[in-house]
Ligand binder design. Structure first.
Ligand code: NAD
Length: 488
């Protein structure tokens, strides 16, 4: 049995979609694995009227497919308590405090508290304020932590306001900003692949790397989400958060150890050296797109999707070049792209290494840039393309691929990102959460791009649904003599 975690976990938005689909099954897995045993209680808070019993039945139903022992599931849900609350009503927090104190005594929770805000972002600041003012943050606990869902602001200004509201109640190191990409198995594999192998670690710099590519491509269109998506676009929906957080693991310096403090410091050295573009530089280094119909006309263009405003200038595709002004990365472009209605669903990193000088004469004409590809979704896979000998009568090289793929057995035991994130927060490990400095830099970077785009209307649509985006995306790399490794 692992060491038991003692905690009182409160889910604001306890009847919501995320809680039912992800948070309860994840917490149940922690119980099944023995991280949660006896000294824990879970409070769900929401607007609906509901008894503890009804709430427990709702939680039980959400565990469908995860239960292999009914008695064990019944034991788990007996630790759940419900409180009807209007988040904006200060008085409701007094009632919550009474419940928390009662549960603390009943289960011996040592004042340890985690507050998970699984609600609309407009409530984040209010919850933090009342948790503090109404005394729910304990003085005697080993810890009080706040888990916060995305999005963290919609610009640098709004993010900074939110950060200010949160830090009036919690210290920055008590705040766990969720980016579920950081909970993905293969994103967490970047650090050991890089720092666990001196031959890779030693080559992780401008002397050996030609360029770095990060692709987050989706096949689906906007579906029913236009209300939100039309105000965010690919830039805010995918680049500011997930893409930048993956970039953090790639561009970071080598941390002194693997503690969250050291990891964050190493990432921030890179983030703080990210070049923020002027309007002219945005035009040179960034490309936007909006999808049109598919070639066979079976898929409609973005502008014809439900709830998309007429003439929308929203970006459904972004490609760009990032530059880090550090000795490690001088002159090395980091290319990123993300979009909807692309040719393939993929989240992947391609590290393009420099090409060898050809000592083989004609036999070396097929030498290629070695590439290390880390495939994150939909399959977990590592591919290393290197040069080797071809089987021919006269000497000739050819590229070969060395690869490894996450096995079905590994997949079966891989924790869901939400399970990992809740577990990490319980352990007080912030390595796989977005820290404020990284979030702030990402917003400043993205705001500069949005600002330039707001000033110059684009001609949309400019890419065919089912392609890999507008031709300008390929041209962006071609200008530097490079090309996308992943072609869809
Ligand atoms: P949801 O609309 O399904 O649930 C919202 C919850 O908030 C409900 O329990 C509701 O009762 C409660 N609530 C609303 N107003 C309230 C009030 N005034 N007082 C008390 N409770 C109130 O939302 P969701 O999909 O579960 O999303 C929650 C958060 O998670 C959002 O920030 C969202 O951006 C984020 N998120 C959701 C998903 C997902 O897959 N659903 C994925 C990533 C992030």
């Amino acid at each position: 049995m692992p060491e038991e975690i003692t905690t009182l976990l409160t889910f604001f938005g306890g009847t919501g979609d995320l809680a039912k689909r992800k948070l309860y099954p994840s917490t149940y897995n922690l119980f099944k694995k023995g991280f949660l045993q006896e000294h824990f209680a879970i409070v769900g808070a929401s607007r609906q009227e509901m008894s503890n019993d009804e709430f427990r039945q709702m939680v039980l139903a959400s565990l469908d497919g995860f239960i292999d022992d009914q008695a064990n599931a019944e034991e788990f849900i007996s630790h759940f308590y419900y409180i009807k609350q209007d988040i904006t009503d200060k008085a409701s927090y007094a009632e919550m405090l009474d419940l928390d104190n009662e549960l603390d005594a009943k289960y011996g929770l040592k004042g340890n508290r985690i507050f998970y805000m699984s609600v609309a972002p407009r409530f984040f600041g209010t919850i933090a304020k009342y948790l503090k003012s109404e005394g729910l943050i304990t003085e005697n606990g080993e810890y009080n932590r706040l888990m916060i869902e995305k999005p963290f602001g919609s610009s640098y200004k709004t993010a900074e306001e939110l950060q200010k509201e949160l830090t009036e109640a919690f210290d920055d190191d008590q705040i766990y900003r969720i980016d579920h990409y950081l909970g993905k198995e293969m994103v967490q594999n970047i650090a050991p692949l890089r720092f666990g192998n001196p031959l890779i670690d030693a080559a992780w710099n401008k002397d050996y790397i030609e360029n770095v590519q990060v692709t987050l491509s989706e096949v689906l269109g906007v579906e029913e989400r236009a209300g939100y998506y039309d105000t965010a676009g690919a830039l805010r929906d995918m680049i500011q958060n997930h893409t930048m957080q993956i970039i953090g693991w790639l561009a970071m310096e080598k941390p002194t150890d693997f503690s969250d403090k050291a990891v964050r410091a190493a990432k921030n050295t890179a983030f703080n050296a990210l070049k923020i573009y002027s309007n002219d530089e945005v035009a040179e280094n960034f490309v936007r797109g909006q999808y049109g119909e598919s070639a066979d006309g079976s898929q409609r263009k973005y502008l014809d999707e439900p709830d998309v405003p007429a003439g929308s200038q929203n970006n459904t595709f972004v490609a760009g070049k990032l530059q880090f002004d550090t000795p490690r990365w001088e002159g090395v472009p980091f290319y990123i792209r993300s979009g909807k209605r692309l040719a393939a669903k993929a989240t992947r990193v391609d590290i393009v290494f420099k090409k060898s000088a050809n000592i083989f004469g004609q036999g070396g004409e097929k030498l290629v840039n070695p590439v290390l590809s880390i495939l994150i979704d939909p399959v977990g896979r590592v591919e290393l393309t290197v040069n080797a000998k071809n089987v021919t009568d006269t000497f000739q090289t050819r590229p070969i691929e060395l690869d490894w793929q996450v096995s079905e057995a590994d997949k079966a035991v891989t924790p869901e990102p939400y399970e990992r994130m809740i577990h990490d927060c319980m352990d007080g490990n912030g390595s796989n959460f977005a820290d404020w400095n990284g979030v702030a830099v990402a917003w400043k970077f993205v705001d500069a791009i949005q600002d330039a785009w707001d000033k110059t209307p684009a001609t949309f649509p400019n890419y065919v649904s089912g392609s890999m985006g507008p031709k300008e995306s390929d041209e962006l790399l071609a200008k530097d003599g490079n090309e996308w490794v992943f072609k869809g």
